[in-house]
Design a protein around this ligand. Structure first.
Ligand SMILES: Cc1cc2nc3c(=O)[nH]c(=O)nc-3n(C[C@H](O)[C@H](O)[C@H](O)COP(=O)(O)OP(=O)(O)OC[C@H]3O[C@@H](n4cnc5c(N)ncnc54)[C@H](O)[C@@H]3O)c2cc1C
Length: 390
């Protein structure tokens, strides 16, 4: 343990940092989480709650852990297993064929006809063209889950410093020795940077270039409706869930590219046009909910890397730094990303997945104008881009 502080400092009290804190504390490590605002107040508490990332190297661990998380954490996440994806555009009647090619072997799923979709999702209408049911994956409540990680970590002795922004990183002899805050320097033996869209800026302080493009995304929530037999329903470019109280909570493109997010910026606010667009598409997906009033909406920042995949890596230099930024899939993967970070910090390697595809090295040859090249630029004044549904 460092003479001036703690063994491990984690910058970022979102689900990635909190899960890592919990995993490290379970292994007896002394951890301090440093959060510039309130835990889970950024993307981690504002997302769609989807936990179905079959294209990630962390997928198997994601699927293994979610059904156990309430018990492991000791607090509710409201996890529910399974997804139904259905389409209402006749051109997408055979979408399951492409999806089937991408789904991992060994996980059950089935094609549903429109009647079967309506039996499980009574708010669907006569416009259903086809569906699939995944007997894996699922969804959870982002706010509940963020809080559950924080409480579970604190139960194991983790210190969480809220309203404490990290403004600098102290190094000596080629290693990180602490983080600088307005309240002083917090010493550490190892550092985890899990600061969402600000991760690139913090890594820049250590001389690393982590290319990231933040985007603003929105969610809407309707008034409560009668509970459906199945509550995790995607399609029509939307992702979402029915909450335990019956509200429909939905998000999905278009997402709006942003300039770099400064440390002191408040989360963005929803815009009327995206909110209306979401409400219209929810009514198209679930016509029997078309009468429901939208009672809440919010926006959050998605932390995109150029290939849309996370970066999870223990750096070669300084070698006591582990970085994790999740590129739009961080909520569902959080039980697994925390485990991976724990392994990297303690053992230097991940015990359950090959993380080579998530290494920062893959961006070594990236062209300097990659954002312009991908047209991932802030609105001028109204450019938007659709990010495919989960
Ligand atoms: C609308 C929306 C819908 C989404 N839907 C899904 C979904 O269905 N499924 C899914 O898996 N993912 C989804 N995502 C993405 C997911 O929310 C993120 O990938 C995930 O929350 C990232 O978690 P994180 O802890 O890495 O980052 P964040 O939640 O961004 O947390 C990082 C934390 O670091 C703090 N921080 C930053 N800089 C500093 C500093 N200098 N000092 C101290 N603290 C600092 C921030 O305040 C923040 O609390 C969605 C995102 C949005 C916005």
């Amino acid at each position: 343990m460092s003479e001036t502080g703690t063994s491990v400092v984690i910058v970022g009290g979102g689900v990635t940092g909190l899960s890592a804190a919990w995993w490290l504390a379970r292994s007896g490590v002394d951890v301090t989480v440093v959060e510039k605002g309130i835990v889970g107040f950024e993307a981690s508490g504002r997302n769609g709650g989807g936990c179905t990332h079959y294209q990630s190297p962390l997928f198997h661990e994601e699927q293994r852990l979610w059904p156990q998380m309430d018990e492991l954490l000791g607090y509710p996440t409201e996890y529910r297993r399974g997804r139904i994806i259905f389409q209402v555009d006749p051109r997408k009647e055979r979408f399951h064929e492409g999806l089937g090619l991408r789904l991992p072997k060994g996980y059950d799923w089935e094609v549903l006809d429109p009647r079967q979709v309506r039996d499980l999702v009574p708010l669907a209408g006569d416009n259903v063209v086809s569906g699939v049911r995944l007997h894996f994956g699922g969804h959870a409540n982002p706010q509940r889950t963020s809080q559950a990680y924080a409480w579970a970590a604190q139960d194991l002795g983790v210190k969480i410093l809220q309203h404490t922004a990290v403004s600098g990183i102290a190094t000596a002899g080629g290693r990180v020795t602490g983080v600088e805050t307005a309240q002083g320097t917090i010493g550490c033996d190892a550092l985890v940077v899990a600061a969402g869209p600000q991760t690139g800026k913090l890594l820049g302080m250590l001389g690393h270039d982590l290319p990231m493009a933040p985007a603003r995304a929105e969610m809407i929530v309707t008034e409560p409706l009668a509970m459906m037999p199945f509550t995790g329903v995607d399609g029509h470019g939307l992702y979402g869930r029915q909450t335990l109280r019956g509200n429909l909570a939905y998000g999905g493109g278009p997402h709006e590219w942003m300039d770099e997010v400064p440390f002191d910026r408040e989360p963005p606010r929803p815009s009327g046009s995206v909110t209306r667009n979401l409400a219209r598409r929810v009514a198209e997906l679930l016509p029997k909910a078309a009468h429901a009033r939208v009672i809440r909406s919010w926006a959050g920042v998605i932390e995109n890397t150029p290939d849309g995949r996370p970066v999870i890596e223990r750096l070669a230099s300084p070698d006591n730094v582990t970085v994790a930024t999740m590129s739009s899939v961080g909520f569902g993967l959080s039980p697994a990303s925390g485990h991976a970070i724990r392994d990297l910090v303690i053992d230097g390697t991940c015990s359950f997945a090959d993380l080579s595809k998530l290494s920062l090295k893959r961006f070594a040859g990236l062209r300097a104008d990659w954002r312009e090249h991908l047209n991932w630029l802030p609105p001028q004044p109204s450019a938007t881009v659709a990010i495919p549904p989960l």
